[in-house]
Design a protein around this ligand. Sequence first.
Ligand SMILES: C=C(O[C@@H]1C=C(C(=O)O)C=C[C@H]1O)C(=O)O
Length: 379
Amino acid sequence: MNEKTTADLENLRGLIDGVDQQLIHLLRKRLDLVAQVGVVKHGAGLPIYAPQREAAMLAKRRDEAQKMNVSPQLIEDILRRLMRESYLNEKDVGFKQINENLGDVVIVGGEGKLGGLFSQMLTLSGYQVKILDKDDWASAAQTFEGAGLVIVTVPISITCELIRDKLSSLPNDCILADLTSVKTEPVKAMLAAHSGPVVGLHPMFGPDVGSLAKQVVVVCHGRDSAKYQWLLEQIQIWGARLVEAEPEKHDKAMQLVQAMRHFSSFVYGLNLYKEEADIGSLLQFSSPIYRLELAMVGRLFAQSPELYADIIFAQKESMHAIGGYLDNYSQALYLLQAGDRDAFVAQFKEVAQWFGDFAPQFQRESRAMLQSVNDMKTD
Ligand SMILES: C=C(O[C@@H]1C=C(C(=O)O)C=C[C@H]1O)C(=O)O
């Protein structure tokens, strides 16, 4: 580089630094305004997440950006990232308490990660939360005495037995709820053990989400829904979206959404291990989609084997779904072995047609993800 180039670059980079510093000031200003919104919402009991406001705001900013020859997608990406920050920060002021006369919330298994998250959210909403874990059963009767809500969040394999053996003498009007990732048997067990209000919940996220905004909680109604309506409202105040489902329908969906999903990630990892793949060097060659795939598989092995075993082994029927997958895998492999490229293409077209509009939708969604995967690269 000659001296002029160096000087020009330095000058321009100095100006860019100045703009970026102004951005920090603007961000600070925005965060302060959002914090004020948080206080107003807390007072009025409004949910953190306001999808209509977001949609209207994004549409206006996209329009304005376009007029200034700034990519609408750029401003949308930036605003979406900022809004994620808003959800995290609004949590700092706590949440409106919907039911002020509840009595205690007892979380059975509250030392677990998901139990911990619910305990945090309920505490932030003004409830008295008591944790009951493995070693606390001696004092359980006393703990349950003042309970208005008992939430069961223990490993799936012991959930029903625990409900049957330990939760059959709760106060009559106490709500009994669970967070298990299967619903048919736990809801049945709760209805059998307790004569008061019962509701099955399945939070469709892990404990590492920073905020519940936009996350989904499945609700399986058990008994006396009017008595636990406030709890559903409370969860919505946290920003989550509720999806009501019959337990059987939920469980069937979980065979694909959870058991099959995690099982195939597990086998993918198992295969890399058996092939003695060198992940470091694969990463050097990786395309964004491969990196994303490795991230999805690798994150499984950063977590508890028991948790995934629980999810995969939770329903016997998952075996059939996974077995069916293996059959299809074998049949597709046969096309490859037979060199039948035409049959592969025909099959591909058939599946693409079946996906219909979802295929281009998923392509759009994954494009944004792949771009952020690429942004994350530092080497
Ligand atoms: C700040 C608000 O809360 C959330 C955050 C928003 C933002 O950061 O702009 C917009 C809508 C809400 O989802 C609000 O409702 O205005």
